[in-house]
Design a protein around this ligand. Structure first.
Ligand SMILES: [Zn+2]
Length: 94
């Protein structure tokens, strides 16, 4: 009988790409998202939301939105301040 041992040393080679735009520090590490359909809540990392915002081109009307995993409904941020200073609040969508 052989017992497999996890003694092998694993080296992780981390390729880190540094970007020069990280001097702006987010105040909140997470953004609380609420599903408009089933009221599910999800915490999405601020960086992910901001990335979405950047890809969006900083649309001043609609915040970065995510799809609910439970009902595929639309999720909106509880509070999020966009990259151009636009504030989005959950109460705006209720
Ligand atoms: Zn939902």
């Amino acid at each position: 009988m052989t017992i497999s041992q996890g003694t092998s040393k694993k080296r992780k080679k981390g390729k880190k790409k540094k970007r020069g735009i990280e001097h702006i520090r987010p105040k909140k590490p997470f953004v609380n998202y609420h599903c408009l359909m089933c009221h599910e809540e999800e915490k999405i990392p601020y960086e992910v939301v901001r990335e979405m915002d950047l890809m969006d081109g900083g649309d001043p009307i609609t915040p970065p939105r995510f799809q609910c995993e439970k009902c595929n409904g639309e999720m909106v941020p509880e509070y999020y301040k966009g990259i151009y200073g636009t504030e989005y609040k959950l109460t705006d969508y209720l």
